[in-house]
Design a protein around this ligand. Structure first.
Ligand code: SF4
Length: 388
């Protein structure tokens, strides 16, 4: 499947599996009793190799083989409750935590989502007009169990239009844009009728639409915008607070976030992307809604709330530990910090601005490809340090 987006791949696969239209999937049952498989322990590469050779899906094959296995090691669909979670190279954790809980919703995302829903709306309205929706459904939609009224699809479209209007209604005076506290996200989304009360209904409708659209054969629609909206709902409306606790939950959810609304200056570039059919609706310039997380502790607390027994962070470059642990906003009852393996007298720190041939050493951006690997310190110890 030549799709860049993982969600699209998952939905396409689901649709193919449900209609049994993937020949690789259909071969799984027969091939999983193959003697080569039963007598060997296969890693991912082996499974892919076997899958290519025998035209069988390695993913479903591994699931099938798991049923017969005596010993199994869990990797994905990890149950976190009671688990011990280990992060190696933990100096990357801060950035990853912040990035995974931040988003930029561009006019292109919203416009492509509207285009996708529009297409579905037209398709379903035609079915209704013909009087007998079941007869006119193709096999795929029957098998994928897509059941949604035209009114519900129209409601989703209205939400998208309202969201687009709400984001664009802010006058962004300069290049810098406007910045608001995180809790403002609820005010903005409410203008599109996205609230704690409506979140489940909207999220489930989006999931159904995504599953249906990505499973359609021969139809290439960009569903990234719809997927983004589904992810945004999950992120912003996390938790299930009662009516009384709602305000408190909203404050808690947004304390480390900022809302930033700024002009989209890259609209002309996006139209040249993969979704050429959506280009007409994406040519206009609008605002980008950004919701940025400024604390990795938000994700770490979420992990803790899922009932993990123990979180272990390991890295060679976490110093100073005190600032790192306070950023994580979880309790570290045990910490082990070792001295550096290199002794002080083994280190020389200096600034060398010229090489032995008199050439100016510069790591400025415009000279990043002009690397001078010369014997700077001594003829037998060439040392060159360039910042990355
Ligand atoms: S090969 Fe496997 S992953 Fe790919 S579509 Fe078929 S069943 Fe899904």
């Amino acid at each position: 499947m030549r799709q860049e987006n993982n969600h699209v791949k998952v939905h396409m696969c689901r649709a193919k599996v449900s209609t049994r239209s993937c020949v690789f999937y259909n071969n799984v049952e027969e091939r999983s009793t193959d003697r080569d498989l039963a007598n060997n322990i296969l890693d991912v590469e082996d499974l892919v190799k076997f899958g290519n050779k025998q035209r069988v899906c390695p993913y479903y094959l591994s699931r099938s083989l798991k049923q017969q296995a005596d010993v199994s090691r869990r990797a994905h669909n990890i149950e976190l409750n009671g688990a011990v979670v280990v992060f190696d190279e933990a100096h990357n954790v801060e950035k990853t935590c912040e990035e995974s809980t931040s988003f930029d919703l561009t006019p292109y995302d919203v416009a492509s989502a509207i285009t996708a829903v529009d297409r579905l709306l037209v398709e379903q309205a035609k079915e209704v007009r013909h009087g007998d929706p079941v007869q006119d459904f193709n096999v795929e939609s029957l098998n994928s169990g897509f059941k949604m009224t035209v009114e519900t699809i129209a409601k989703i479209k209205q939400i998208l239009l309202n969201l687009e209007a709400a984001v664009d209604s802010y006058e962004v005076p300069s290049e810098k844009g406007i910045t608001k506290p995180g809790i403002f996200i609820y005010e903005l989304l409410e203008r599109a009728h996205l609230t704690y009360n409506s979140k489940t209904e909207v999220y489930e409708a989006l999931e159904q639409i995504l599953g249906h659209l990505t499973g359609q054969q021969g139809v290439f629609l960009n569903t990234t915008g719809l997927q983004k909206l589904a992810n945004i709902i999950q992120l912003v409306f996390c938790g299930e607070p009662s009516e009384k606790e709602r305000q408190q939950q909203m404050e808690l959810n947004t304390v480390c976030f900022k809302v930033h609304i700024h002009r989209d200056n890259s609209f002309h570039k996006k139209t040249s992307g993969a979704d050429a059919w959506a280009a007409t609706s994406t040519k206009k310039q609008g605002n980008i809604l950004s919701y940025w997380c400024f604390s990795p502790g938000f994700s770490m607390q979420d992990l803790e709330n899922q009932g993990v027994r123990c979180i272990i962070l390991t890295s060679g470059t976490l110093s100073p530990l005190s600032s790192f642990t306070s950023e994580m906003r979880i309790n570290f009852p045990v910490s082990l910090e070792n001295r550096h393996v290199i002794e002080r007298d083994q280190i020389f720190v200096g600034v060398i601005d010229r090489g032995p041939d008199g050439v100016h050493l510069s790591s400025a951006f415009d000279r990043r490809f002009v690397v001078c690997l010369c014997p700077c310190v001594s003829p037998c110890v060439p040392v060159t340090v360039f910042p990355t």
